[in-house]
Design a protein around this ligand. Structure first.
Ligand SMILES: [Zn+2]
Length: 280
């Protein structure tokens, strides 16, 4: 597994503190720097960010951790984190999908229940993908993925209709809402969550006191408890990541079995990445 981190840094700050040839300039005002996680310069950037933080500023504007695997590593994984890469908006609620917020946690905002069919502007779903997600975490899959899942006798999900909400009356669409029905896998405390890889939220500002949310971001690979897992092929984690802000909602992570991985590979599905995950 190869872990890299991408930073976006204001060009004037980068010029002040980083070697001139490091990274690429995006439009002249932002420097994009991609480094292996183990690189000494990552620690240097973390220290600079810490120092900037003391005066209420930040050295990097954003970060993005990526893990890449060889096919052999993914083939030998006992469990995989199914990472959705295709995102779109408007969200379901912006298109008229009805949610019952009475069950929402007052601390973290998790737990609103969808009580209508999923309404979306399906023209906004990225073309050619087999899985995609709105900013609120609503997940849709292609009808060809839903058919393959059912034909292969895989377990742990239902596929509900997605209605197209355009200018006129609601219309049926080729998309299906992915509804995970298996028993959620219990997230192990070995999974690292935090604000960023250098700030693990010691104060717990983004951890729900009732335990619904582990933190703002997933930092490490996923570790889940092996005890009392059901024999499904698709699961969500019982604990979520993220924040309730605007259209954003805390979201679980998706986990899949090697059988479902093989189905995704056989159909050459699009719109996702895979990471190794672990039972403990
Ligand atoms: Zn909560």
């Amino acid at each position: 597994m190869r872990e890299t981190i991408e930073f976006r840094i204001a060009e004037r700050d980068a010029r002040l503190h980083l070697e001139p040839g490091l990274g690429v300039s995006l439009g002249g005002s932002i420097r994009k720097v991609v480094l292996p996680m183990g690189d000494a310069r990552v620690q240097r950037i973390a220290q600079l960010n810490h120092a900037y933080g003391k005066r209420g500023d930040a050295f990097f504007m954003s970060w993005n951790l990526r893990r890449s695997y060889t096919e052999r590593e993914l083939r030998s994984a006992e469990l995989l984190n199914w990472v959705v890469r295709a995102h779109f908006e408007p969200t379901g609620s912006m298109c008229g999908t009805v949610y019952d917020a009475s069950s929402e946690c007052p601390h973290c905002g998790a737990g609103a229940r969808q009580v209508s069919e999923l309404l979306l502007d399906t023209r906004r779903i990225p073309k050619g993908k087999d899985i995609a997600q709105t900013l609120s975490g609503e997940m849709v899959v292609s009808s060809r993925f839903a058919s393959a899942f059912l034909e292969q006798g895989l377990r742990g999900a239902e596929f509900h209709p997605v209605l197209h909400h355009g200018r006129g009356a609601l219309q049926a669409s080729d998309w299906r809402q992915l509804v995970v029905t298996s028993k959620p896998l219990v997230l192990s405390p070995r999974t690292v969550a935090g604000n960023n890889p250098f700030d693990l939220d010691e104060a717990g500002a983004f951890r729900c006191p009732l335990g619904h949310v582990a933190g703002l971001n997933q930092i490490s690979e996923l570790y889940v408890e092996k005890a009392d897992r059901d024999d499904a092929d698709l699961w969500v984690t019982d604990t979520l990541f993220g924040d309730r802000r605007g259209e954003l909602r805390p979201e679980p992570r998706l986990l899949i079995s090697p059988r479902l991985r093989d189905v995704l590979w056989a159909m050459d599905a699009k719109g996702y990445a895979l990471e190794a995950a672990h039972f403990v």
